[in-house]
Write a protein that binds this ligand. Structure first.
Ligand code: GCU
Length: 351
């Protein structure tokens, strides 16, 4: 069933990684801003006292990035287990600064052994068509950008990579187990961050849907027209070309997942999130497998049927799980993500 459904979608085959990333940037997200010429971090320790009864500390960091003649700063939070050892960690691209947050159950993540580095996306640049503030204002001083210049998603992805720059300075983090994650528009962002930066060992997209994990061709719910009309600023201007011309796109979203190969990626969907389209998300996992197989790895392994609610497929390097319910980043999603990461880490250690 899955395989037959995929054939009907008539997807373009995935080219080599560099080519895939180049086309996705040029035609969809815009090119990510350049790596800063210099970066420094100001650290404010213990901004929340006795967090999790002393099981973790929370520091507030300000990253200052020099870009050409200008500079740009943004804050993020580092929640570290106080237990000795090297900790696997999440880079959580979030909607708010809060620690914990309704999309981020910090105490449970700490109890599972993970550190969390989180930031609020609007501290990077506003979630609207104003290109004069934050990072956008630094890149485009007059607020005007070219047709293939970064949209907001590419800027938020760039910021996740700066948080990774800081992670690299910490001895207590296990750099071989870094997971970039986000929900919805920020799930799209997490996939782009991992596709364009090999330092991320894992990516997790939660309910990212259109222009995220979901295949565009034949997709239900949100279409390129919907997203380009409501959120044109998430993308580069070139993406507008594909309104009602999705079959002519030289790429599709399985390229984005494929660009993460051979690293691990997990996609979470929710049964009632028809706007994101769980079937299109699962099909994308299957279609992206081509890039993994080329590198001698298994991509999505999960039989030939669409998932039923509560089902997870974690055997290959591309995981997929389907939760019951609405569009949300829930505790259940986190539990499935942690189970996926732990399984892949155990497999790595057995080799
Ligand atoms: C809207 C948008 C989606 C997006 C979502 C979100 O629903 O259409 O593409 O994923 O917002 O970010 O919450």
């Amino acid at each position: 069933m899955l395989v037959t459904e995929l054939k009907k979608r008539n997807l373009p085959p995935i080219p080599a990684r560099d080519e895939a990333i180049d086309l996705l940037c040029r035609e969809e997200y815009g090119y990510l801003p350049p790596t800063p010429d210099a970066i420094s971090f100001a650290v404010e320790r213990n901004v929340i006292r006795s967090f999790c009864a002393g099981a973790a500390t929370v520091d507030r960091i300000t990253a200052s990035c020099v870009i050409g003649e200008t500079s740009f700063s943004f804050p993020f939070y580092v929640t570290l287990p106080t237990k000795e050892g090297k900790h696997p960690f999440f880079v959580m691209i979030n909607f708010r600064r809060d620690v914990p947050d309704r999309y981020m159950p910090s105490e449970e993540l700490i109890d599972s052994g993970f550190a969390v580095l989180s930031f609020s996306y609007t501290d990077v640049t506003s979630d609207d068509g104003d290109f004069t503030n934050g990072l956008a204002g630094v890149l485009y001083p007059d607020g005007v950008r070219g047709s293939r210049d970064a949209g907001k998603i590419a800027m938020w992805a760039w910021a996740a990579q700066r948080v990774m720059d800081y992670a690299e300075t910490l001895d207590c983090l296990d750099l071989s187990c870094s997971v970039v994650c986000g929900h919805s528009r920020l799930g799209k962002t997490a996939l782009l961050a991992a596709a364009t930066d090999e330092r991320f060992a894992y990516a997790y997209s939660n309910d990212s849907g259109c222009s995220g994990a979901a295949i565009t061709r034949g997709k239900e719910g949100e279409r390129v027209r919907d997203i380009c009309q409501r959120f044109p600023y998430w993308f580069c201007e070139n993406y507008q070309k594909y309104i009602d011309r999705e079959d002519e796109m030289p790429f599709d979203q399985h390229w984005l997942i494929g660009a993460i190969a051979p690293r691990s990626v997990c996609v979470g969907s929710a049964t009632e999130d028809r706007w994101a389209d769980p079937h299109a998300e699962q099909l994308s996992c299957l279609a992206a497998s081509e890039a993994y197989e080329r590198l001698g790895r298994q991509g999505f392994v999960g039989g030939n049927a669409f998932a039923v609610e509560g089902e997870s497929f974690f055997e290959g390097q591309i995981g997929y799980h389907l939760r019951r319910g609405l569009h949300y980043f829930s505790r259940h999603d986190w539990h499935r993500l942690i189970a996926f990461v732990q399984r892949k880490e155990n497999e790595k250690n057995k080799k």
